[in-house]
Design a protein around this ligand. Structure first.
Ligand SMILES: NC(=O)c1ccc[n+]([C@@H]2O[C@H](COP(=O)([O-])OP(=O)(O)OC[C@H]3O[C@@H](n4cnc5c(N)ncnc54)[C@H](O)[C@@H]3O)[C@@H](O)[C@H]2O)c1
Length: 328
């Protein structure tokens, strides 16, 4: 049986990725610090679901703590025992990163350093790093090519993710480790993040709440469905060398449009308050995925209407306990 270590396994993407690797017959080692970047009840729910599978082995561990992580590896792994590490653990959310810059750098940069060092020591065959479309900053390009400018990030979150990319480049240069850096574009889906628009708007529609819309709502995001993202991560674990790939839908949609889709599904008009836009938020994102198609034969299969319908149905199926989740 092959072993994989997934960090941030109680997070949105970590949960879905763990399910996928379990389905593929892997033993999944999941770690997460269960921190309260958003309502922990959601992370606990995901963890409880994952623990139903006996091949999911969880430890509450902070990747930013070198000692704890070393002890964790010592206890659980021998050399050559882990096939792959997928590093999803991170401080997430662009606006919040302005308030907690140190904590974001600890998790997103120092955490990555701790993991890549151990990855080498334990002869892990491939290391996949979650990066983000935010590294492209407020780009004016129609779609962001993988080699586009990434040295002008607009948030602490984006700069910490870019810093981790640069660090991993050095590790590859020095030691030849197989590293794949994946830049995700606005991921959404069932059991998503309660600090992101698709979750907040869906809950508002169901519970007749008012939403805040930052800026005019004409800003666009390249929303990408979770099943497509985890499929792309799975494919990228097989790559050799150092690779950078975009995982995005290549079909940006405005926030106003997203609100309309959710309104139509719920047959309700969502009440909104317009707020000034924030400096961390960029106006537009769109992934150029030509390289991703070529290298891992990946393209997104789920359009926004279908993905939002699946997401909405999940919210309806879980309506009762979701009422207790703090959205922010
Ligand atoms: N969701 C998106 O739209 C999106 C877009 C671009 C990039 N990403 C990246 O994908 C990854 C996963 O994102 P997500 O949406 O699932 O976020 P998430 O916040 O739901 O998941 C991250 C998980 O990491 C854990 N974590 C944070 N710091 C940790 C630490 N120091 N040690 C151990 N665990 C820690 C958190 O508790 C959380 O469960 C992140 O690296 C994020 O930056 C996400």
């Amino acid at each position: 049986m092959k072993n994989i270590l997934i960090t941030g396994s109680s997070g949105f993407i970590g949960y879905h990725l763990s399910l996928l690797f379990l389905k593929k017959g892997f033993r999944v080692y999941g770690i997460d610090d269960m921190s309260d970047g958003y309502d922990v009840k959601l992370k606990q729910w995901r963890l409880k679901e994952l623990k139903k599978n006996k091949y999911f082995i969880f430890a509450k561990t902070n990747i930013a703590s070198e000692k704890s992580l070393e002890n964790y590896f010592l206890k659980n792994f021998r050399r050559n025992k882990i096939e792959t590490i997928v590093n999803l653990a991170a401080g997430t959310g662009v606006r919040k990163s302005t308030l907690f810059p140190n904590s974001y750098y600890q998790s997103n940069l120092i955490g990555t350093l701790n993991l890549i060092k151990l990855s080498r020591k334990y002869a892990v065959k491939s290391f996949v790093q979650a990066s983000t479309s935010s590294v492209y900053g407020d780009s004016k390009e129609k779609s962001f090519k993988i080699d586009s400018e990434t040295s002008k990030p607009d948030s602490i979150y984006a700069s910490s993710k870019k810093a981790a990319e640069v660090l991993l480049h050095s590790y590859h240069s020095l030691y030849g480790q197989n590293i794949c850096i994946l830049r995700f574009f606005t991921v959404y889906g069932p059991c998503g993040r309660p600090d992101m628009a698709p979750f907040i708007f869906t809950q508002a529609a169901i519970n007749n709440k008012t939403i805040n819309v930052f800026g005019t709502g004409r800003q666009k995001r390249d929303f990408t469905y979770i099943d497509d993202i985890v499929d792309g991560i799975y494919k990228s674990t097989k790559l050799k060398g150092l690779n950078y790939l975009n995982l995005g839908n290549n079909r940006p949609v405005s926030i106003n449009n997203l609100i309309s889709i959710i309104s139509n599904l719920s047959c309700k008009k969502i009440k909104r308050i317009n707020k000034p836009s924030t400096p961390e938020d960029v106006f537009y994102t769109s992934a150029d995925i030509s390289k991703t198609k070529k290298i891992i034969n990946w393209k997104p299969k789920t359009n926004l209407e279908e993905g939002i319908r699946k997401t909405y149905n999940w919210h309806i199926d879980n309506i009762k306990w979701l009422k207790k989740i703090r959205v922010s």
